[in-house]
Design a protein. Structure first.
Lengths: 346, 346
């Protein structure tokens, strides 16, 4: 384990943007990507934070992410738009889509924005939080390279497609659900393999579609969706909204952002935005959502030392602390980012 | 077990409507409800079909469902509407909302319709199928009386809120996902209790929040959400979209439609409708969704005798058969419906 160091949010954002521009990214797209990555680190979602930068820089240099990309927004109707990412950094594509969706929803009360020709967009929680801070409900999702079999199958054809639902509260914490579709993330299986531990039953199947607790067999096989046929169906539902109707790639047509550094992923994403004030009025909505949050939080806990929380509450507490005290990073990750920002080859 | 009898779809629909009007329902609301209930039976979702009629008739007579209800639609924006159900039959409220949403989405490409002051709306699949047959994508949900604890809690505060996602294909079967949020339905726990069998681990907690395999302890306690914190979060997300932003009741404020026959449930529902042709064009969407369906269906199956299906495929095959051959019902259920239609007290 490397020592931990602390860095201020603004400094980490500048460093992340500098790493991306050193690898060829345009300044605005680098800044958007840095914003979303650092927001993930603030929320404690470090797996989707600045530790992704080395791969992004490799992909920028090898062409999987297009440095000179032109992101375009095509409005299809007053409340519908499609964004063509031209294989840009996924965060830049998604943030363009979110901003366009928020503008439309401010006008009409609702918006759907889909993205195609995009790349890995990071975690969904930062987009959900941004929508909440502007007072909008968000339903969002992204497709991803295939790692799971459809229920009853024995070949990976579904992505671990994340889904987010966010609802603004009068003050933080907002309701911020961001979940992927597998029982456990692939990274956890890789860690078990490195550490020579079996994985719990129910996480994965081997290449023949049989349950396994052997992490190597699981990695050669595929992850199981949470809730069996339910997670399998929900993964497909996200792909339909993020991939099929946007004109993006979907299912096995998607290219893995890690396996093929020179190939655009062709990912699709979507954001649905609704202005709750247009439905209920600001006062009635604020009262209802506050009561909702309190009813959940005041549930008698199974463990008296662990109060019941709404989704995203712990992350938002972590964020408040990190904004105040700085973001903790492993020393060697910070050194790597500094080298990338100085133009070192990946 | 009662013998099975077969009845034609139109005959069952007329019988169901007659039972409801005999209990005081207005003709149009009875017909809408009969349509949705029989559609559930056609799809093989018998738990949400005409077997619910006896309870609905009791609720109509005792006032939990308002016989003289006036359902009103208030358009809030070109693509936003709220329906006030005035405590009518939930299917009549939901079908009004769906039709209004389909009209709006045909105009603008997208619509959100929320319902408040509603009652049990049955299964979501029939609404999804109707949207698909008109060429629209549907995301829909409803809240329900509390039967689950939020993750980490030991008191039932969440409903087993169903969520549906439906996407039209050029020809059936359409993609038709309709899922509730518990690992197993409460009805299955009741059956285990009647039959003196333990329930599997992971279905439920006892009243103290401890895992149990005793069905009686489970019924005194609460159901577990599928996927742990994920199903718990998703149940809350559905309630936010169906209950909070519609002005409906939510969480523990909802009244159970079974426990209190004289009390309106105050349920909330929502439908989101999107016209995929407005995003992609009819031809490109048809090609993409057909390829999507084939990629899922052609996954090599774990069991060679059980091909991989898309969500709702089995139900739609069952529906085609029932439309051709008639709907099978237990003899005693048919006799009960005939008695209700003849004005027998429930």
């Amino acid at each position: 384990m490397s020592d931990q160091v602390t860095i201020a949010t603004g400094d980490l954002r500048r460093l992340a943007a500098a790493a991306l521009t050193a690898a060829g990214a345009q300044a605005a797209q680098a800044a958007a990507t840095a914003e979303v990555l650092v927001e993930s680190d603030l929320l404690g979602i470090t797996t989707h934070g600045v530790q992704r930068l080395a791969t992004y820089c490799q992909r920028l240099r090898q062409g999987g992410i297009k440095a000179a990309a032109q992101i375009t927004v095509e409005r299809k109707a007053p409340s519908l738009a499609l964004v063509d990412g031209d294989s840009a950094l996924g965060q830049a594509v998604a943030l363009t889509a979110l901003e366009s969706g928020l503008e439309m929803a401010a006008e009409t009360g609702i918006a759907y924005v889909g993205c195609r020709n995009s790349n890995h967009l990071g975690a969904l929680a930062p987009y959900g939080l941004k929508a909440c801070e502007k007072g909008f409900l968000l339903v969002g999702g992204s497709n991803a390279a295939s790692t799971m079999a459809p229920w009853g199958g024995r070949e990976a054809r579904l992505g671990n497609n994340p889904l987010a639902v966010a609802a603004p509260c009068p003050e933080a914490p907002h309701f911020l659900l961001d979940m992927a579709m597998s029982v456990a993330a692939r990274g956890k299986v890789r860690r078990a393999e490195r550490e020579g531990r079996p994985i719990p039953e129910g996480w994965a199947l081997d290449a023949e579609g049989r349950p396994t607790t052997d992490p190597a067999a699981a990695l050669a096989g595929f992850l199981l969706p949470f809730g069996g046929h339910k997670g399998s169906g929900l993964s497909q539902a996200v792909d339909l909204l993020a991939g099929v109707v946007t004109g993006a790639r979907f299912l096995t047509d998607l290219s893995s952002g890690i396996g093929h550094l020179d190939r655009p992923s062709g990912s699709g994403h979507f954001f649905l935005l609704i202005d709750p004030k247009r439905l209920l009025g600001a006062g009635a909505y604020a009262a209802a959502v506050s009561r909702f949050r309190a009813l959940v939080q005041e549930t008698p806990p199974a463990d008296p030392a662990a109060p019941v929380r709404i989704p995203g509450q712990r992350q938002q507490a972590q964020r408040a602390k990190a904004l105040r005290d700085g973001i903790e990073l492993p020393q060697d990750l910070l050194a790597r980012l500094e080298a990338l920002a100085a133009g070192a080859p990946d």
